[in-house]
Design a protein around this ligand. Structure first.
Ligand SMILES: CC(C)(COP(=O)(O)OP(=O)(O)OC[C@H]1O[C@@H](n2cnc3c(N)ncnc32)[C@H](O)[C@@H]1OP(=O)(O)O)[C@@H](O)C(=O)NCCC(=O)NCCSC(=O)Cc1ccccc1
Length: 321
């Protein structure tokens, strides 16, 4: 920047260069800083989806709170459900700050969820019919979430990076809770092992989908490519999926469980896992609200939002929110 010149006098191109210099130097962008519109929109897209997924993600395990097999398990799963809701609240606050200059707030996020404009993660549209599913969600879905979120701990957007520090620390506790359920079932009766294997079979394709489709790296124009350029994230969807395989496939095999994909293997030449890809047309259907539990869970969220209207009105009258 020329000495004596204020930031506002710069052309849009010069502002962009200044912004990219800042993020390339590892500086954090804060809510009141100048940011390109595209950066703001990418953050809103990612963080509002992440936040709402945490909230919708509490619902499959919430179903297991009354049915947990012991008091110890009930306390742990209840704490996890509360944590996930807390993560959602934290992230929606971050998204709200980004949306405020566009004249939007949390109500718009909820309306977008109810109208289907704002999608939530594929895994939370699925059934969780047995205790094995509760174990797989905590062990492998949280395990996948830790992998995808840890890559953003040093995200260029300060408020997101700071929120993720707390979220990732809590997700580690969740994954340990899941591992404990899985180990107990894997060492249990033949019926418990069968239940666990059934759950893994049911969840495997959803776990492949969790990281999103392979990004269109060639075009350089996918969300992942843009977000890598903006230093919001550091890895592509496929990098994350491969990391997940490397971490969890040996653990799954060591428990004597089988992965429902007889093509899966590590290729020494490419140092990549070869696997059967997910059905991405099915993924599109699921995330568009046509998964087995999509509408039930959306209805539950809709009802609770409506029932709590009076709380929001009371807080707004007191100017608390
Ligand atoms: C890496 C990725 C997952 C995907 O990369 P992106 O750059 O976003 O995507 P990309 O452009 O490659 O995809 C093209 C289109 O596909 C969409 N899409 C992609 N994947 C999914 C999907 N799985 N499900 C549904 N849609 C998906 C994507 O939005 C885009 O749609 P658009 O074109 O915009 O309409 C990213 O969202 C991320 O890092 N999120 C932050 C962390 C986070 O959200 N964590 C998880 C939740 S919390 C958790 O799990 C903890 C927990 C555990 C247990 C219980 C309770 C809670």
């Amino acid at each position: 920047m020329t000495v004596g010149m204020s930031f506002n006098q710069l052309s849009e191109e010069e502002k962009m260069t200044h912004f990219l210099d800042r993020i390339n130097a590892g500086e954090k962008i804060e809510p009141d800083d100048w940011m390109p519109e595209d950066y703001r929109l990418q953050l809103i897209r990612l963080i509002s989806m992440h936040g709402i997924s945490e909230i919708m993600g509490a619902l499959p395990e919430k179903e297991w709170v009354p049915k947990a097999p012991s008091l110890h398990r009930k306390l742990a799963i209840m704490a996890k459900v509360q944590d996930e809701m807390g993560h959602g609240q934290l992230l929606l606050r971050v998204a709200e700050d980004l949306m405020a200059p566009l004249g939007k707030n949390r109500h718009d996020i909820m309306e977008d969820l109810f109208s289907g404009k704002l999608k939530f993660h594929n895994v939370f549209h699925m059934d969780a019919p047995t205790w094995g599913d509760a174990g797989i969600i905590a062990w492998l879905v949280d395990g996948a979430a830790i992998i995808s979120q840890s890559m953003m701990l040093d995200s260029s957007y300060g408020p997101y990076a700071r929120a993720l520090k707390r979220i990732c620390a809590e997700e580690v506790f969740h994954a340990q809770h899941g591992e404990s359920i899985i180990l107990a079932m894997a060492e249990g009766t033949p019926e418990q092992r069968d239940m666990l294997q059934d759950s893994l079979n049911r969840w495997w394709e959803s776990l492949i989908m969790f990281f999103g489709p392979k990004s269109a790296k060639e075009t350089g124009n996918s969300n992942a490519d843009k977000n890598i350029m903006y230093k919001i994230r550091t890895k592509t969807n496929e990098d994350l999926r491969q990391e997940f395989f490397t971490k969890y496939i040996p653990r799954i095999w060591s428990l004597g469980l089988t992965i429902p994909d007889d093509t899966i293997r590590f290729d020494e030449d490419t140092q990549m896992w070869i696997y059967k890809d997910a059905d991405w047309s099915k993924f599109k259907q699921i995330v568009s609200g046509n998964g087995p539990q999509s509408q039930n869970r959306l209805d539950l969220r809709r009802r609770s939002y409506k029932n709590n209207e009076w709380v929001r009105a009371a807080l707004a009258a007191k100017k608390v929110i």
